[in-house]
Design a protein. Structure first.
Length: 108
């Protein structure tokens, strides 16, 4: 069986595969406590938004540093990276001023 069902015209083969995938997905979903999952996702989202609000309300941060802190929160909490802010955030993680000149070690 193919793992990827192409988005092709309505064919008997595709309809059978869509139905089989849907049935398998539904079986997996029934094993999860969706109310608990919803609660966990909600709580994590609220916590992250509260932390972002604290950063936004910090009078000691200028706009660039405020954005750096929000990107750091995002990366730490969600375990994802933003290539657009990689060098600035790396400097911040190293305790360096991201606006100071000079290369970031390992990024030359």
């Amino acid at each position: 069986m193919r793992l990827f069902v192409p988005d092709e015209p309505d064919t008997v083969e595709n309809n059978i595969q869509y139905r089989a995938l849907g049935r398998s997905f539904y079986r997996c979903l029934r094993e999860f406590d969706l109310a608990d999952l919803h609660s966990q996702v909600h709580d994590e989202a609220v916590d992250l938004l509260e932390d972002i609000l604290m950063v936004l309300d910090d009078p000691d941060l200028d706009d660039a540093h405020c954005l750096d802190e929000i990107v750091l929160l995002y990366q730490r909490r969600l375990g994802v990276a933003s290539a657009r802010h990689e060098k600035r955030v790396l400097k911040r993680l190293q305790g360096r001023d991201p606006d100071s000149p000079g290369p970031v070690p390992g990024t030359e």
